[in-house]
Write a protein that binds this ligand. Structure first.
Ligand SMILES: Nc1nc2c(ncn2[C@@H]2O[C@H](COP(=O)(O)OP(=O)(O)OP(=O)(O)O)[C@@H](O)[C@H]2O)c(=O)[nH]1
Ligand SMILES: [Mg+2]
Ligand SMILES: [Zn+2]
Length: 274
C-alpha cells in the first residue's frame, strides 16, 4: 500500500495511507543499506504487519531538520526573544538554497520591538524581496496561505521563534507551544519531533528548533552560489570570491549600498569559517 510518512518518533513512523494512519517500523533491510526513512518520504507499507517495505526516490532531503520532498522552507525568524540574528537567517537561506529548496522568511514577535527597530526591519525586508526572496510577517496569515497553496512546506528556525504558534494560527490547531526559559536566558525545545500537518491544501512540517547551524559540509563555492544576489555580478576575475580581490564588483556594489552590509559581512564570515 502506498503512503507518506508524516511523523517520526524514534523508530516509529506514522504513515498516512488511504486516509488512515499506520504506525510502522522500517524493515531491517534499510539498516543494511544505511537508509533511514524520513518524514516526507513516499513509501510502500505492509499495513497488516505495520512495516515500511520501500522508500520511493526522494526529490530532495535535509538533514537538519530531517525531512524529504520539500518545496519551500519557511525560516521563522523572531525579532526578539530570541533576538534577531541576521547571521543565522543568512545561514538558513544558504542552507536551503544549496539544497534546492525555496527559502521564505517569516518574521515573528513584531509586537515586542519598537518603531525604530521596525523601520530597520522594513529596509531589511525590502532588500531580501529585491533579491527574490518572499518575506512575510507572521500576522499575514491569509497572504502566506495563498503563497503556500499546494506546496510541501517545512518550517525551520530557532527554538522559541514561534514555529508551532505560527502553524497553530495557520490551521487553527493546538500544537504544544512554550515560552522560552527565562531562567536560563536561552531556549528550551518544546517541539521534539518532525510532523507534517495538513492545512487545507498545504502540507506543513513542524520541526524542533535549534540554536546554531553550521555549513561545514559545504564548500565556499557552494556558499558563494547560495548568495543569489552575487550571481550575475561581473567581477574582473570570473572566479572572484568577493573577498580579498581588488576590483571586485560585489564590493563596489556594497560601497554603493546596493548590497546589504550584513549580507556581505555574513558571507565573509561563512567563507572564512569564522
Ligand atoms: N509576543 C509574541 N510572542 C510570540 C509570537 N509568536 C510566538 N510567540 C510566543 O513565543 C513562544 C515560543 O513559541 P513556540 O511556537 O513554542 O516556538 P517554537 O519555534 O515552536 O519553539 P521550539 O518548538 O522549541 O522550536 C510562545 O510563548 C509563543 O506564544 C509573536 O508573534 N509575538
Ligand atoms: Mg515548536
Ligand atoms: Zn568579486
Amino acid at each position: 500500500m502506498n503512503g507518506k510518512i508524516i511523523k517520526n518518533i524514534s523508530n516509529l513512523y506514522s504513515v498516512l495511507a488511504k486516509g488512515k494512519i499506520y504506525d510502522c517500523v522500517p524493515r531491517g533491510k534499510f539498516r543494511n543499506q544505511n537508509l533511514t526513512p524520513l518524514v516526507g518520504d513516499e513509501v510502500i507499507i505492509d499495513p497488516d504487519n505495520k512495516y515500511i517495505l520501500e522508500i520511493k526516490e526522494r526529490k530532495n532531503e535535509l538533514n537538519r531538520p530531517m525531512i524529504s520532498n520539500v518545496d519551500i522552507g519557511i525560516i521563522l525568524t523572531s525579532l526578539k526573544k530570541p533576538d534577531l540574528s541576521l547571521l543565522l537567517l543568512d545561514k538558513q537561506i544558504s542552507f536551503l538554497t544549496i539544497n534546492h529548496i525555496e527559502a521564505v522568511i517569516v518574521f515573528s514577535k513584531l509586537d515586542l520591538v519598537d518603531e525604530v527597530f521596525l523601520e530597520k526591519i522594513k529596509i531589511i525586508k525590502k532588500y531580501y524581496e529585491s533579491i527574490g526572496i518572499k518575506v512575510f510577517y507572521n500576522s499575514e496569515v491569509d497572504l502566506i496561505k495563498k503563497y503556500l497553496k499546494n506546496k510541501e512546506v517545512v518550517i525551520t528556525g530557532q527554538t522559541g521563534a514561534g514555529k508551532s504558534t505560527f502553524i497553530n494560527k495557520l490551521g487553527n490547531l493546538n500544537i504544544k507551544t512554550n515560552e522560552i526559559s527565562k531562567a536560563l536566558g536561552r531556549g528550551k525545545h518544546t517541539t521534539r519531533h518532525v510532523e507534517i500537518y495538513n492545512i487545507e491544501d498545504i502540507n506543513i512540517a513542524d520541526t524542533p528548533g535549534f540554536s546554531a547551524l553550521d555549513l561545514d559540509n559545504y564548500s565556499n563555492e557552494e556558499i558563494k552560489d547560495s548568495f543569489i544576489e552575487f550571481k550575475n555580478v561581473e567581477c574582473k576575475f570570473k572566479n572572484c570570491m568577493h573577498n580579498k580581490e581588488k576590483e571586485c564588483e560585489v564590493k563596489r556594489l556594497l560601497d554603493n549600498n546596493k548590497i546589504l552590509k550584513s549580507r556581505y559581512d555574513n558571507y565573509i564570515k561563512l567563507i572564512e569559517r569564522g
